[in-house]
Design a protein around this ligand. Structure first.
Ligand code: SF4
Length: 188
């Protein structure tokens, strides 16, 4: 039997279609079942603000068993509508679960060139002692006759990895200590 060009294309199309149908329905082979995701799994979700800069993009943090599972842009936030820049997309790296975070205290003495490992107790005691000495030695009760109760000898500069809640607590503490020079890297 002779096939014209048109007949050949028709036959090929029917053959390919038939083959595909045969594979889907009639071959006896079964297609792999689609992956199923539980839509009822309990995952705690909280909204937060990206700490990196003053744009203030909104994010959703998903946690399970006290561990951060996911952080993604909040689609309902008016600033970013769910989007995230490269820095915001890496927010999960800030979580306490990140195994690449530094977990030990490293101290470099004044004039020193090497880092020394210290305990957390040592670090907290040393910081508290220095704050107290500096504050006590530079306390101002009045300024031009007006009661001010402050110290200008200590400043506080927040880092970009501090989120809103940490900044709130930090400012409360610094104000309670009588500091007036309080600034944050992300606002500069
Ligand atoms: S997601 Fe990017 S643009 Fe938005 S606040 Fe964070 S660093 Fe700034």
């Amino acid at each position: 039997m002779e096939l014209g060009r048109r007949d050949f294309i028709k036959a090929s199309g029917a053959g390919i279609g038939g083959l595909a149908l045969w594979q889907l329905l009639g071959s006896g082979n079964t297609l792999a079942a689609p992956k199923r995701f539980s839509l009822t799994r309990q995952v705690g979700e909280k909204t937060t603000i990206c700490p990196y800069d003053a744009s203030g993009c909104g994010f959703i943090v998903a946690t399970e068993g006290g561990r951060v599972m996911n952080i993604e842009g909040d689609p309902e936030h008016p600033v970013n509508n769910g989007a995230a820049c490269a820095k915001g997309s890496s927010l999960r790296q800030l979580s306490a679960d990140n195994e690449r975070r530094l977990r030990k205290v490293l101290y470099r003495r004044p004039g020193g060139t090497e880092w020394e490992e210290q305990s957390w107790d040592w670090a907290i005691d040393s910081i508290a002692q220095r704050i107290k000495e500096t504050r006590d030695g530079n306390w101002m009760e009045t300024d031009e006759g007006i009661i001010v109760n402050r110290t200008e000898a200590i400043g506080n500069l927040g880092g970009a990895a501090l989120d809103n809640e940490e900044c709130y607590l930090l400012v409360k503490m610094m104000r309670a200590l009588g500091l007036v020079y309080i600034e944050h890297q992300a606002r500069i």
